[in-house]
Design a protein around this ligand. Sequence first.
Ligand SMILES: O=C1C[C@@](O)(C(=O)O)C[C@@H](O)[C@@H]1O
Length: 262
Amino acid sequence: MPSPRPITLRGKPIAGGKLPLICAPLVGRSLDALMAELAVVLPKQPDVLEWRVDFFEQLADTQAVIAAARAIKKVAGPLPLLFTRRSTLEGGEPIALTEPQVIALYQAVCESQAIDLIDYEMANDPAHVAQVQACARANGVALVLSFHNFSETPAPEVLAAKFLLAEQLGADVAKVAVMPRDLDDVLTLLNATRRASQQLQIPLISMSMGPYGAVSRLVGGVFGSALSFAVGAASSAPGQVPIEDLAAVLQVLERAMGQPQI
Ligand SMILES: O=C1C[C@@](O)(C(=O)O)C[C@@H](O)[C@@H]1O
């Protein structure tokens, strides 16, 4: 089966190089809610956890955020933790922090070593992107630079430019999530993923969202996406399928495509 470029942490591929990785989002608003979510998610054996911290009601309290990240790590054991404050401009929850406060939070969280990967939107002020990149790099945290469009799928050249921009801005992983209006849009995203995976030196993650896009979450790995988000306890974006369904499809694809092609 064609393999995407693996996502590495401190020089080692996550989950021993398994591809694509399955990432379960955590969207609890409190530490108790996060712990309850983990109790449901962990038995489903995702490869990575994403903490969508924009859902967390104590977001403005940096020490509470770090303590919660440590608590997640403690129960999750060796599972890598991706830390994401998704901006409202790109589909996230409203938060009370200014962007400089978000940067300060990202810096503190990177320095705490309580997380392994961090996601920041590439459309942010370039000075902020550079600050996040520097603190991630200094602390051995992998940086995902992301682009989301929840209303449409931009033209192929725009998608290509987004993947490339992430690499140029110093990302360790480039991520693009877009909304299709029809199945042709899903093909546009998959095609852009394949092209980018042939051109970029860094791993990438992509998905087409919503019901039409669900197929891209199942087969995206074949076209170069190194990770797919799937529901453990609660969904964080439209079109995510349950972990069990994604794992079953990946097994079928591995059996069907793992053989040498005739
Ligand atoms: O950016 C992404 C991708 C995503 O939006 C998805 O469509 O699966 C889910 C988000 O939680 C994550 O941060």
